[in-house]
Design a protein around this ligand. Sequence first.
Ligand code: 5GP
Ligand code: MG
Length: 176
Amino acid sequence: VRADLSIRPLIEEAALAEAVRRLAQRIAADFAETPPLIIPLLRGSFMFAADLLRALSKQGLAPHVDFLWLGSYGTGTQSSGVVTMHHDIGRDVTGMKVLLLDDILESGRTLAFAREYFLSRGAASVAIAVLLEKPGKRVVAIEADYVGFTIEDHFVVGYGLDYGDRYRELPYIAVV
Ligand code: 5GP
Ligand code: MG
């Protein structure tokens, strides 16, 4: 991977913060009766999850939180199409209302895998929140319940998303 790829900002920090705040308001209202088990999918959603969880706390929601580490991408910009589990969560999900968090919904394979996995393990329900979605790229029939931004078919980095394990630290979303 070259160290000097040019990147172009696409979604600035303030817009991300505003989208996260809006998502938190909706999620907190929808889960006011039964706090969800929120499961961010590692690694890409870690920054979105950190900001969303703090926004949810300000909305008065006190969720359970655990982490699932899945992989499908290699080191480039093309998905391998095969989802593998690198690390499972550490608790029983029976009867829980699960809310999956992911950075971006593209083919849908990752989130479909995670949803089926938790339903098969006895979750009462599995909802999905993504910061970004690329429409027209779905290979599996799946939609998110909460979407921050719908973007065009660009490979994006930053705010947790990587290219060859770089750019995750950017506080904004950029196009490579
Ligand atoms: P899906 O399984 O929906 O095809 O892909 C979801 C995963 O692919 C995301 O969690 C993310 O890791 C990766 N991905 C999809 N599109 C992009 C992109 O534009 N940039 C980056 N960095 N990762 C992406
Ligand atoms: Mg990912």
